[in-house]
Design a protein around this ligand. Structure first.
Ligand code: TYD
Length: 206
């Protein structure tokens, strides 16, 4: 099973993906937790280029870098783990590119969808948790522990477009997405919803 976590800045993906890994491992199953951008050796360098505020990148260059990072990630990390029957959890995947590069950057949809298909080798998650958050709350959470990265420094309008784009993508594919708003729910409440979904999914597979 391939599970992804998606959402705008400060939505809590990292916390919940880590907690979900432990929860599934507690059931005796093998889990690989990974992330984009930067989940591979080459990816670490690509991540640094993408996130450092000093990088001045053309939007097209940016989407190619995300595609290059994903290509490495899918072929070197995700597919080998799935082939070993591990459950793979990725903190961000193809939907980040749709929301940020089409919604946020306004790049042509055809280009981004094509790059997504090539870089993911056609791999689509079985289940995606979209942790929704309003930009005001999310940005405050994301930047409270240090300097804002190149995306966190974008104007609020950019983040509003990213959020709207995510909600539209999820609405178009209700079979894959579980949307959880995190604005005023506790970590435990969110975690319980995630666990309920996983229990139902794992139950279906047995
Ligand atoms: P991430 O490390 O998840 O940052 P955070 O945990 O602070 O959200 O992601 C880095 C940034 O890269 C994030 O701002 C979203 C952006 N991004 C894209 O714009 N397109 C993509 O395809 C991916 C994977 C990430």
């Amino acid at each position: 099973m391939f599970i992804t976590f998606e959402g705008p800045e400060g939505c809590g993906k990292s916390t919940h993906s880590k907690r979900l890994k432990s929860y599934i491992e507690g059931k005796g199953l093998r889990v690989l937790l990974t992330f984009e951008p930067g989940g591979t050796q080459v990816g670490k360098e690509i991540r640094s280029l993408l996130l450092k505020p000093e990088s001045v990148l053309d939007e097209t260059t940016e989407v190619y870098l995300f595609a290059a990072d994903r290509s490495e990630h899918v072929s070197k990390i995700i597919l080998p783990a799935l082939n070993e029957d591990k459950i793979v959890i990725s903190d961000r995947f193809i939907d980040s590119t749709l929301a940020y590069q089409i919604g946020g950057r306004r790049l042509p949809e055809d280009l981004v969808r094509y790059l997504n298909m090539v870089s993911s080798k056609g791999l689509v998650p079985d289940l995606t948790f979209l942790l929704d958050v309003s930009p005001e709350i999310g940005l405050k959470r994301a930047t409270q522990h240090g300097k804002a990265d190149r995306f966190e420094q974008e104007a609020i309008d950019f983040h509003t477009r990213v959020r709207k784009s995510y909600l539209r993508i999820a609405k178009d594919d209700p079979a894959r997405f579980v949307v959880i708003n995190t604005d005023d729910q506790t970590i435990e409440e969110i975690q319980n919803k995630i666990r309920e979904t996983i229990d139902a999914k794992l139950g279906d597979q047995n």
